[in-house]
Design a protein around this ligand. Structure first.
Ligand code: SF4
Ligand code: SF4
Length: 298
């Protein structure tokens, strides 16, 4: 099975629109991919792929303190020991601020009345869906919830299971932004990362950080430069950086009004502009397939 992860290091590079187009291209080549949105904090691939949700599952992770007010004596012994300032007295009883509670269990242990429950935390939902390009696995973490790395790992595991069930040999994942825990969770064990960058100083800076991360985890990578015509001087710098570091630089995409048109139409850019941008994306996909074959043979 081949797992391809699309990363960017920063938001706004066009990662999700390119992911949708590569999923479309793979489907047109009869590759029957499983599509996975690993940007669980702010998913947006569903806006383009419009999945039909087949099943919804709760994502439970960690624990949180909850005071049973009818059992609380108001002694206040749980207030100061909470290092996260999550416990407050209100109208004579203790109350937990769920956004501050880190689930350390100290208050539960110290409460002389045994008035604090410690249930599992409901952090969000994850979904199994179908869309016009195949099966899709995606999720939505609730605002302020942590453990996105665990949710990413769960989605990847579900995607692999579904791929095995339907005999799919390909998983295409839209990765989270940045280089934090969810990105690390997406990268480990991935076969190939495609990094989408843009010709700006911050684009180059973030490209370097993601490249370092991929190298650290020994994940082969390729680079695509999006909106290359917006800043030719910076585009040259990005390409020089790739050349100097022996990175697979596999394509450039121009800044195009077709991108906005495709978003408004809820389509991938390869559907909206099959002869122009779509043709470039097909070449990029063919290069990716070659690189992945080489990486597997190595
Ligand atoms: S320690 Fe227990 S009984 Fe005392 S205020 Fe806190 S929750 Fe209430
Ligand atoms: S579980 Fe820990 S963080 Fe949460 S309220 Fe209790 S002491 Fe504070």
């Amino acid at each position: 099975m081949l797992e391809i992860l699309i990363l960017s290091g920063k938001g706004g590079t066009g990662k999700t629109t390119i992911t949708a187009s590569l999923a479309h291209t793979a489907t047109m080549s009869s590759q029957n991919p499983i599509i996975c949105d690993l940007d669980v904090d702010a998913p947006d691939l569903h806006l383009l792929l419009k999945p039909n949700i087949q099943t919804t599952h709760e994502f439970l992770s960690g624990n949180e303190a909850r005071v049973r007010v009818q059992d609380c004596t108001g002694c206040g012994e749980c207030i100061d020991p909470c290092r996260f300032d999550a416990m407050k007295m209100q109208e004579g009883v203790a109350q937990v601020d769920p956004f501050r509670c880190e689930g350390c269990k100290v208050c539960v242990t110290l409460c002389p009345a045994g008035a604090i429950d410690f249930p599992t935390r409901y952090c969000g939902d994850w979904y199994e869906s179908t869309c016009r390009f195949g099966r899709m696995v995606h999720a939505q973490l609730f605002p302020g919830q942590e453990n996105s790395g665990r949710l990413v790992a769960l989605l990847r595991q579900k995607a692999r299971t579904r791929a095995q069930e339907i005999g799919s040999e390909l998983i295409i994942s839209d990765g989270p932004p940045g280089i934090g825990c969810p990105v690390i969770s997406s990268l480990s064990g991935t076969d190939l990362a495609l990094i989408i960058t843009e010709p700006t100083q911050s684009g180059l800076h973030d490209l370097k950080r993601v490249v370092d991360l991929c190298n650290h985890f020994r994940v082969p990578l390729a680079v695509v430069l999006n909106k290359h015509d917006l800043n030719p001087a910076m585009s040259r710098k990005v390409e020089e950086y790739c050349q100097k570091n022996w990175l697979h630089f596999i394509g450039r995409l121009p800044h195009s009004p077709k991108v906005v048109e495709s978003m408004l139409a809820g389509q991938s850019i390869s559907e909206q502009d099959p002869q122009g941008l779509g043709a470039t994306l097909r070449k990029i996909w063919a290069e990716l397939m070659e690189i992945s074959a080489e990486a597997r043979a190595a």
